[in-house]
Design a protein around this ligand. Structure first.
Ligand SMILES: O=C(O)C(=O)C[C@H](O)[C@H](O)COP(=O)(O)O
Length: 214
């Protein structure tokens, strides 16, 4: 089993080539492969399927089987049983909006890395105490945005963040310019209305623009 420092290194390696984490809510299973291909064509290498819809687990398993070159994370994981389910479906890592003791322990003891969600120094320190050094900052813009990430760089010198929630094409560059930003996440690269309309080329264009900003 991997230690937390090994899981930290694995997370860093997933974003070494592309610091983007498009967040996908899957409403129709038929969208999964064309959507993943549209993002790949734009240069995306890692994406997050949320459990916000009941198709999340099936979508993760489908991508794992059909698009093995992509790295698939699972998002909106809220408890240890969901952690176990996405791990079994083949997720490469787990992202959560917040952190509970149960989830932090599941991420420590599980087979795949957890990127726990935090919005305050105190939440960060609960994970830090166990050995976590990589965190999702959620909701990034509301919690303090780039200013908060800069402030965290003072006391938490070896921590890095994946801001998510309110990241757009307009503020993406400011986040990526921070040395303690490991990646940025969000739905702006594959907006629900473009997925619903199967506008795959528009999604490729949004992905290309975001990759260019990184
Ligand atoms: O579902 C989760 O796991 C979350 O924690 C929330 C998402 O990360 C944000 O809602 C994405 O925010 P937008 O990019 O502004 O749409």
């Amino acid at each position: 089993m991997m230690s937390l420092p090994e899981k930290t290194r694995l997370l860093d390696s997933l974003f070494a080539d592309c610091r983007l984490l498009p967040l996908l809510n899957i409403e129709r299973l038929a969208d999964v492969l064309p959507l993943a291909d549209a993002l790949s064509a734009g240069g995306v290498t890692t994406l997050e399927i949320t459990l916000r819809t009941p198709l999340g687990i099936d979508a993760i398993a489908l991508l794992r089987a059909e698009r093995p070159a992509l790295t698939i994370g699972a998002g909106t994981v809220l408890d240890a049983s969901q952690f176990a389910a996405v791990q079994a479906a083949g997720a490469a890592f787990v992202v959560t909006p917040g952190c509970t003791e149960e989830l932090l322990e599941a991420g420590r003891d599980g087979l795949i890395p957890l990127l726990p969600g935090i919005a305050t120094a105190s939440e960060l320190m609960q994970g830090y105490r166990l050995g976590y050094r990589r965190f999702k900052l959620f909701p990034a813009e509301i919690a303090g945005g780039v200013g908060l990430i800069k402030a965290f760089a003072g006391p938490f010198r070896d921590a890095a963040f994946c801001p998510t929630g309110g990241v757009t094409a307009d503020n993406l560059g400011a986040y990526l310019a921070q040395p303690n930003v490991m990646a940025v996440g969000g739905s702006w690269i594959a907006p629900p209305q473009l997925i619903a309309a199967e506008r795959w080329q528009d999604i490729t264009a949004l992905a290309k623009a975001a990759v260019a900003a990184g």
